[in-house]
Write a protein that binds this ligand. Structure first.
Ligand SMILES: Cc1cc2nc3c(=O)[nH]c(=O)nc-3n(C[C@H](O)[C@H](O)[C@H](O)COP(=O)(O)OP(=O)(O)OC[C@H]3O[C@@H](n4cnc5c(N)ncnc54)[C@H](O)[C@@H]3O)c2cc1C
Ligand SMILES: NC(=O)c1ccc[n+]([C@@H]2O[C@H](COP(=O)([O-])OP(=O)(O)OC[C@H]3O[C@@H](n4cnc5c(N)ncnc54)[C@H](O)[C@@H]3O)[C@@H](O)[C@H]2O)c1
Length: 469
């Protein structure tokens, strides 16, 4: 075997957490290398968060243009040129990649473009993208290899060559009828975007409802919003068979609560969850154990079963968001500096960028019930928020879960305009440990969406007294 080049820090995969670890370690004077097989900066800027939001904003422009007359702006017929949509997205991605390359250079971390595989504990063999092999060893190893889209094992589906988010973001045409498999975050964001570009869209969800992690009222409202835009939703639908080829014509056979049915379409997008990129990279040889679903087993400090090997982001089973992968970095950084941080101690906020968006932090009503937490719940329709009335963005609602034994805010959910930003205000209050009454009495600027928080928190019911026997 080739003599290993010795580093102090090696990062496999340049995702959100991994690149921050690399830059931090290199800036602290440690000899650091990052091995990345394709995406400089990882999924977020190349094929996930940022390009989807870029295309969602293009789709929103098409939507506004089409409905301009409602606002008093009369324009001609609206046409969408997907080649231009794609060009705008590609330019954004190019700017992100250039920025990443600049930071790599400034930090002193070496970026090695190639596929890495462990050949011994803390030793990686890298097949370089431009030919040749390097063997690298390090004192500390960080895994940040991410996940890829799962293609459900359904007869004919793989042969139909369905789109994943990666190909969907590269289309230069508007699909005539896009069938989206999966009613979760990726599926719904892209379903609405393509509907607004001009596709007929059907969402096929195997679970009983969309966004099954959310409360039923939340799922129902999302379904109503998307349904009003003409998206067909088939929930509780079991995909039995697929015929044809995506990009041409496809036929899907489904078992739905109302019986078996066939749907014909032009393109298929799979958005049915993720599979960790942990197979075939020698983790066994490295002494790194996986859990039953193929994610790297880690403790709350993100330490793996192998000494001096950590895992961050999606491959470590962390909630699948960029800001969480980044927070994984902070936990490791602080613990290496003598801290005692754990992944169990953090709030996990998220925002699905449909229009209106869905944002949540902390417990939902259902989660509180399932965990046996005695809680009070208040709900406020967006229709009664003056900012929403003024701008006629009246869909959705806010919902808060407050502890019954104390006045702590346990969770907040919102579907509505600026939901992500309003959630951040509640999240800040939760981080500060404020009682809900502080927000009820807060004087929010009028007419912002956040102004609704005072009405929402003012309607939290009084504590209930547990029945005595
Ligand atoms: C369509 C879509 C939209 C999303 N939108 C959002 C959003 O709006 N907000 C949000 O917070 N999250 C969003 N997410 C989730 C978010 O993209 C991820 O959680 C985030 O990018 C963190 O990923 P990560 O750090 O785990 O790894 P990644 O960023 O996926 O990085 C892993 C890297 O490892 C590389 N790699 C894998 N194996 C090897 C190997 N053997 N050798 C070398 N390199 C390797 C891969 O090429 C990749 O670049 C979205 C996801 C998808 C799919
Ligand atoms: N705005 C954001 O933050 C954002 C956007 C996109 C993705 N993400 C992250 O990426 C992750 C992956 O996204 P995703 O949408 O692929 O996964 P997901 O887990 O959010 O949703 C997948 C959906 O597909 C359904 N499904 C699974 N198999 C199916 C089948 N055979 N037929 C029909 N439906 C099926 C599941 O029931 C589920 O509802 C998300 O969980 C999220 O953490 C975040």
């Amino acid at each position: 075997m080739i003599q290993a080049e010795q580093f102090e820090v090696l990062v496999l995969g340049s995702g959100a957490g991994g690149k921050l670890i690399a830059w931090h370690m290199a800036q602290s004077g440690r000899r650091t290398a990052v091995v990345e097989r394709r995406w400089i900066g990882g999924s977020c800027p190349n094929i996930a968060c940022m390009p989807t939001k870029n295309q969602i904003s293009s789709a929103s422009t098409a939507h506004v243009a089409r409905h301009g007359a409602r606002h008093g702006t009369i324009s001609g017929a609206v046409a969408v040129d997907m080649a231009l949509v794609r060009r705008r997205k590609r330019e954004m991605v190019e700017r992100q990649v250039a920025k990443h390359l600049r930071i790599y250079q400034e930090s002193g971390a070496e970026l090695i473009m190639g596929s890495g595989r462990f050949v011994a504990p803390k030793t990686l063999e890298v097949k370089l993208n431009d030919g040749g092999t390097r063997v690298l060893a390090a004192d500390k190893i960080f895994l940040n290899v991410g996940t890829h889209a799962a293609v459900p094992n359904v007869p004919g589906l793989e042969a139909a060559r369905p789109l994943t988010h990666i190909e969907a973001l590269e289309l230069d045409y508007v699909p005539k009828h896009l069938i989206v498999i999966g009613g979760g975050y990726s599926g719904l964001e892209l379903a609405q975007a393509f509907r607004r570009f001009g596709s007929a869209v059907t969402v096929v969800e195997s679970g009983p409802r969309l966004m099954t992690r959310e409360d039923v009222d939340v799922s129902d409202e999302i379904r109503r919003v998307l349904g009003d835009e003409g998206i067909q939703i088939l929930a509780g639908a079991q995909l039995l068979q697929v015929g044809g080829r995506s990009g041409d014509t496809v036929t899907l056979s489904l078992r739905t609560p109302s019986g078996e049915q066939q749907i014909d379409g032009s393109d298929i997008l799979v958005a049915a969850g993720r599979i960790p990129n942990t197979a075939g990279i020698g983790l066994k040889e490295a002494g790194v154990e996986l859990d039953g679903r193929g994610y790297v087993s880690v403790n709350g400090r993100l330490e793996t079963s192998a000494p001096d090997v950590w895992a961050v982001g999606e491959c470590a089973g962390s909630p699948q968001f960029t800001h969480i992968s980044e927070d994984d970095f902070r936990i490791i950084r602080d613990n290496l500096a003598g801290g005692h941080r754990s992944t169990g101690d953090r709030l996990v906020p998220y925002c699905m960028f449909t229009d209106p968006p869905l944002a949540r932090v902390g417990l939902s009503e259902g989660e509180a019930k399932r965990q046996g937490v005695l809680a009070r719940v208040a709900t406020l329709p967006m229709d009664s928020v003056l900012g929403a009335q003024a701008t006629d963005q009246r869909q959705g609602f806010m919902k808060v879960v407050v502890g019954n034994n104390d006045d702590r805010i346990l969770g907040f959910t919102m579907i509505g305009a600026s939901a992500g930003e309003v959630m951040a205000a509640v999240q800040t209050a939760m981080l500060a440990g404020l009682a809900y009454s502080s927000l009820a009495d807060a004087d929010f600027a009028h007419p912002t969406m956040a102004e609704g928080l005072s009405s929402l928190f003012s309607s939290v019911p009084p504590r209930s007294v547990p029945e005595t026997k």
